[in-house]
Write a protein that binds this ligand. Structure first.
Ligand code: NAI
Ligand code: MG
Length: 328
């Protein structure tokens, strides 16, 4: 039995979570779902956006599913990543049929460092003339994420890992990143090809030849920017899942937010949340169920009969949920 912490959050977070839990319940796996509160509504009701009980629930689970928070997102999801030490942010960029994808054959994984780099956000007023921000790159954290990327490549039959940095300008910090990248790559010689690019060139290659990437590993800020570029390549937020993985657990969530413009109408696209659940099944090594759910989602997309309005259809979230279940 798996203990799954379920944190629906606000707005469409609740709607896509309901659809996804309904689908997961029909897989025949013994899940024990326990719900936790977090987000704007929780702040209003309980005086805090992320109660201790919810953090404990997430910590004591085998995996955590998160929907979306509203204005409190930074206090909720960023904090949860820290509390659970979720050092790897995984964002698959994959094109699906009948979405608004710009390319048909994109399928790569961005492995983003989640704990340091620019996003330690240590900023201060420097002089009256300006301000300063510190960017931290440690051997330990970068080795950990690069190791993770190569391991991911190996266990998912990928042939290449691309390290992305700006070592020509940031010679010391990104120089260190590049050095560690090739140190780790040595352990995989003959198995996994290693290449590295500057981040600006990568931004262009993602548009001119996205199909050439398999696994990208990079630091926090670059990973954040490149993964949104990736979302743009494959048709937007309703289709992009993510996983946060670390020492003390794992948390899976759609990349989108609470979407107040469509919340309450029951028309949110549940695929980003369902694909996040597929990533959870992979993490739990329930590979057969992962494949079944992936295939069912693909069939619904291929038929294009039951799609939400963002994909050009007129179906509701729960109608998509039923369509997926009938394909399982
Ligand atoms: P958003 O992702 O909520 O929405 C952006 C646009 O995409 C909206 O037009 C929305 O209708 C559409 N959209 C997003 N997901 C969709 C789906 N599954 N199906 C159909 N359409 C979808 O981002 P926005 O508007 O910038 O932020 C809204 C709230 O969400 C804010 O309070 C923000 O703080 C929060 N937020 C939370 C995140 C999280 O919890 N991880 C991430 C991003 C934003
Ligand atoms: Mg971002």
């Amino acid at each position: 039995m798996y203990n799954i912490a379920v944190i629906p959050g606000d707005g469409i977070g609740k709607e896509v979570m309901e659809a996804t839990i309904t689908v997961l319940k029909s897989l025949g796996i013994n899940f024990n779902f326990t719900y936790g509160e977090a987000g704007d509504e929780c702040l209003k009701n309980n005086g805090e956006a992320l109660p201790k009980e919810t953090i404990e629930l997430a910590k004591n689970s085998d995996a955590c599913l998160f929907g979306a928070a509203g204005e409190t997102a930074a206090d909720v999801i960023v904090r949860l990543r820290q509390e659970l030490n979720l050092f790897a942010n995984l964002r698959p960029v994959k094109s699906y049929p009948n979405t608004n994808a710009l390319f048909e054959d994109v399928d790569f994984m961005i492995v983003r460092e989640n704990t340091e780099g620019m996003y330690i956000a240590k900023e201060e007023e420097f002089t009256e003339e300006g301000a300063i921000a510190r960017r931290i790159i440690t051997k330990k954290a970068e080795k950990r994420i690069i190791d993770y990327a190569f391991q991911y490549a190996k266990s998912n039959n990928k042939t290449k890992v691309t390290g992305v940095h700006k070592a020509n300008v940031l010679k010391i910090t990104d120089g260190l990143f590049r050095e560690i990248f090739y140190e780790v790559a040595k352990d995989y010689e003959g198995e996994i090809e290693a290449e590295d690019f500057y981040v600006d060139a990568t931004a262009m290659y993602l548009i001119t030849r996205p199909e050439s990437f398999e696994v990208i590993v990079t630091t926090n800020l670059f990973g954040d920017i490149l993964s949104d570029e990736g979302a743009g390549l494959v048709g937007g937020l309703g289709m992009i899942p993510s996983g946060n993985i670390g020492g003390n657990g794992a948390l899976f969530e759609p990349v989108h937010g609470s979407a107040p413009d469509i919340a309450g109408q029951g028309i949110a696209n549940p695929f980003a949340m369902m694909l996040s659940a597929c990533m959870m099944l992979n993490y739990l090594e329930e590979f057969e169920a992962e494949e079944r759910l992936n295939n069912a989602i693909l069939k619904v997309l291929n038929k294009a009969e039951t799609l939400t309005p963002d994909l050009g259809g007129n179906s509701s979230t729960m109608e998509v949920c039923e369509a997926v279940i009938s394909e399982l």
